[in-house]
Design a protein around this ligand. Structure first.
Ligand SMILES: [Zn+2]
Length: 388
C-alpha cells in the first residue's frame, strides 16, 4: 500500500528568482481571488454552482484580454493549480470539512503549486517553469522517490520552502513484544511507561525556552511601535521569524519523538485529543500550539500505520493521574505540585507522570488484545504528513 507524504525543504532563491517568484505568487493569488469572486457571484446571483472546468475556460479568455495579458508571463501550470486548489477548498467546504474559501491577501503566506513537467530536480537544485536558472535547496534529508508535485511557499517571516509530494511504500518493522503508555509530563513533553517496566522522560525541545523568552521580548517591542511604520514592520518581521523558528523546533522534536516511539513499541497507547482537551494543558511545550497533542497523535498514527504498529486511543476520560497503577485504587485529590505519592491501599510508591502513563498503557493494552487488531491502527490515520 502506498502513502502520500510531504517532504519539506528550505529554498534559497537569488534576487532575480525572488522577483520572479513574487510575480508568480501574485498571479496565483489574483487567479484564486478572481475565481472565488466568480464562483461566489454565480452562486448568489444566479443560484448555480460554477466548477473548475468553467473557471479554467474563462481564465484562457482572460489571458487574451489586454489588461490581464500579464497572466501569460507566469507558468500556466501554477494558474491552473490555483484553480484546482480552489476546487478542493470548495469540496472541503461542501463536505463540511472546512469553512467557506477565503480571499488571499498579499501579507499572508504566499504559495504556488507545480505539477508534471513544470518542475524538476536537477543536480541537487530545483528548476521551476518560468523562473530563471535553478534554485538552491537545503536537503535536510533525502527524497525517497520522484515527487509528483511541489508547492513553493513564502512565509510571513520571509522564508522560502518547497514541499514535495511523494508516494512511499509501507515499511513494516519486525514485530516486538512491547507496549507503551504515553502521557504529557509536567516538565517533559511526554513521559512513557512500557510493559518491561521502563519509565522514560522525553525532555523538552532544546532551546525552546530561550526562543519563548525572545518571543515575549519581541512582542513587547512590537506593541510599542506605531502600526504601519518602518520600525513596526521590522519588529513584526522579527516576531514572525521567532514564531517560525519555534514551530520548526517543535516539529523537529515531535518527528524524532514519534519515530523513536514507533520504532521501539508494538502497541502505543494515548489519550485521545478529545480527552486531552478536557484536561487543563499544563505542558509548556505543547501549549505553544493548541494543536500540539493532535499533531503528536497525527504523526504517531501514520508512522505506526506504515510500520505495522498498533495505536490505541483511549477516548473516555478516566482518572489516569489519581489512580494507583498497581492496585487500581483511586485517591480523592492530587494537587499539581505533588510529584510523588504513596497508595494508601497497597503502599506502592508512585511518581506522578509515570503512574499516569502506566495506567494509560494498561487500559490501551487490554483494549488492543480484546480487539485482536495487532498490526493495525485502531483508529483513522491521516494519509498526508511529513515523514522522518
Ligand atoms: Zn495501590
Amino acid at each position: 500500500m502506498g502513502y502520500q507524504l510531504t517532504y519539506r525543504y528550505r529554498l534559497y532563491p537569488n534576487r532575480e528568482q525572488r522577483a520572479e517568484l513574487a510575480k508568480t505568487f501574485g498571479c496565483a493569488r489574483w487567479v484564486h481571488n478572481w475565481a472565488l469572486r466568480l464562483r461566489t457571484d454565480a452562486y448568489h446571483g444566479e443560484g448555480r454552482s460554477m466548477g473548475y472546468a468553467e473557471t479554467a475556460r474563462l481564465l484562457t479568455q482572460k489571458k487574451k484580454e489586454a489588461e490581464t495579458a500579464w497572466l501569460a508571463e507566469c507558468s500556466a501550470v501554477v494558474l491552473q493549480q490555483s484553480l484546482r486548489n480552489l476546487e478542493r477548498a470548495f469540496t472541503n467546504f461542501f463536505e463540511g470539512r472546512s469553512g467557506y474559501p477565503s480571499f488571499k491577501r498579499k501579507r499572508d503566506r504566499q504559495s504556488a503549486r507545480y505539477v508534471g513537467t513544470a518542475f524538476d530536480v536537477r543536480d541537487g537544485r530545483l528548476k521551476l517553469a518560468k523562473i530563471p536558472g535553478t534554485i538552491k535547496v537545503r536537503w535536510s534529508r533525502t527524497l525517497p522517490s520522484k515527487p509528483s508535485s511541489c508547492t513553493v511557499t513564502l512565509d510571513t517571516a520571509g522564508r522560502y520552502h518547497v514541499s514535495f509530494v511523494v508516494e512511499v511504500d509501507a515499511k513494516p518493522l519486525p514485530k516486538l513484544n512491547r507496549s507503551i503508555g504515553v502521557d504529557l509530563g509536567l516538565n517533559d513533553l511526554v513521559v512513557t511507561s512500557s510493559s518491561d517496566g521502563e519509565v522514560w522522560h522525553s525532555g523538552n525541545p532544546r532551546h525552546l525556552r530561550k526562543s519563548l523568552r525572545r518571543l515575549k521580548r519581541a512582542q513587547r517591542s512590537l506593541s510599542r511601535k506605531q502600526k504601519g511604520s518602518r520600525n513596526w514592520e521590522k519588529a513584526r518581521r522579527k516576531v514572525a521569524r521567532i514564531h517560525a523558528k519555534i514551530a520548526d523546533q517543535r516539529r523537529d522534536f515531535l518527528h524524532k519523538l514519534t519515530r523513536k516511539l514507533v520504532d521501539e513499541n508494538q502497541v502505543l497507547c494515548f489519550e485521545s485529543l478529545a480527552v486531552k482537551n478536557m484536561v487543563r494543558n499544563r505542558n509548556i511545550a505543547l501549549s505553544i500550539s493548541d494543536a500540539g497533542w493532535g499533531e503528536l497523535l497525527r504523526l504517531v498514527q501514520y508512522k505506526a500505520e506504515m510500520a505495522g504498529r498498533t495505536v490505541v486511543l483511549i477516548d473516555r476520560f478516566f482518572p489516569s493521574s489519581k489512580r494507583c497503577s498497581a492496585c487500581g485504587h483511586v485517591i480523592d485529590n492530587l494537587p499539581l505540585n505533588v510529584r510523588c505519592w504513596t497508595c494508601p491501599e497497597c503502599k506502592a510508591e508512585h511518581q506522578r507522570d509515570a503512574n499516569a502513563a502506566e495506567n494509560i498503557r494498561r487500559v490501551g493494552h487490554t483494549r488492543s488484545q480484546a480487539c485482536g487488531d495487532h498490526g493495525k491502527s485502531s483508529s483513522a490515520f491521516m494519509l498526508a504528513g511529513s515523514d522522518r
